[in-house]
Design a protein around this ligand. Structure first.
Ligand SMILES: [Zn+2]
Length: 242
């Protein structure tokens, strides 16, 4: 069975609880969406914060909305070094026990000390319940995924999140993406352990052209809001650099 999902590269970002948003931005503050993301209801907000660690800081960290139950900072491994934290744990979203703390600096310099919440996100795939059924993948299944291209790689230990509120998309961070020469909206191929062929596991990747969303007209790749217009945090990062 051919199972492909679009790739979304995640750069460092933060999710805030309403309580922490209130503290940093003012009571009852609401985030301002600037771009809808592919996952239904998720958006990149206009608001940014600074993160301070023991040895350094990360500026212009974008807040992704909507607010969550708990504040969670998602960084690349190299960002941990910048902050002075060598072993940021690789965790599934929401699993924050024992993770490093940090300081969040709001727009007017107000500082909030968090005693946990910094993670490197575990690589994962989102699928709706219907997509999970079609692909024969259940929630919490682990799969291997091949990214084709001149720097092609097979990613192991990819956890699947299947259910309502999800839409087919693989999320890896920019370090993992760069290692594979990957691009946003490239199609990632989920390897089927029952039917995989030698071609799926070739040690020598031929460096075939990267398959992009749009190369396959039969793929369902509309954005959640039906506009066909969704962004990754990487695109936003480069936009904001302009
Ligand atoms: Zn995700």
């Amino acid at each position: 069975m051919i199972r492909r999902v679009p790739l979304g590269l995640s750069n460092k970002h933060i999710h805030l609880s309403q309580e922490d948003l209130d503290y940093l931005f003012g009571e009852g503050y609401e985030l301002t969406p600037v771009k809808m993301l592919r996952q239904p209801g998720q958006f990149a907000s206009q608001e940014k914060v600074t993160i301070v660690g023991p040895k350094g800081k990360l500026e212009n960290i974008r807040i992704l909305g909507p607010v969550r139950k708990e504040t969670q900072l998602e960084v690349n491994i190299a960002d941990g070094f910048t902050l002075g934290i060598r072993q940021v744990p690789i965790r599934n979203s929401g699993h924050l026990d024992g993770t490093p703390g940090f300081i969040i600096e709001g727009p007017d310099g107000k500082r909030l000390i968090k005693d946990k919440g910094m993670i490197v996100a575990e690589r994962h795939i989102h699928l709706s319940a219907e997509e999970g059924e079609r692909y024969k993948i259940s929630d919490k299944d682990t799969v291997s995924v091949r990214l084709k291209g001149p720097r092609g790689l097979v990613f192991n230990n990819v956890i699947c999140r299947v259910g309502d509120g999800n839409l087919s998309e693989m999320h890896i961070d920019v370090e993992e993406g760069n290692a594979a020469g990957a691009r946003n909206n490239q199609l990632a191929c989920i390897i089927d352990p029952l039917t995989f062929t030698k071609d799926d596991m070739l040690i020598h990747d031929e460096g075939e052209p990267t398959i992009m969303v749009g190369d396959l007209p039969e793929m369902e790749v509309e954005a959640a809001d039906g506009t066909g217009d969704y962004a990754s945090e990487v695109e936003l990062e480069s936009e904001s650099a302009l």
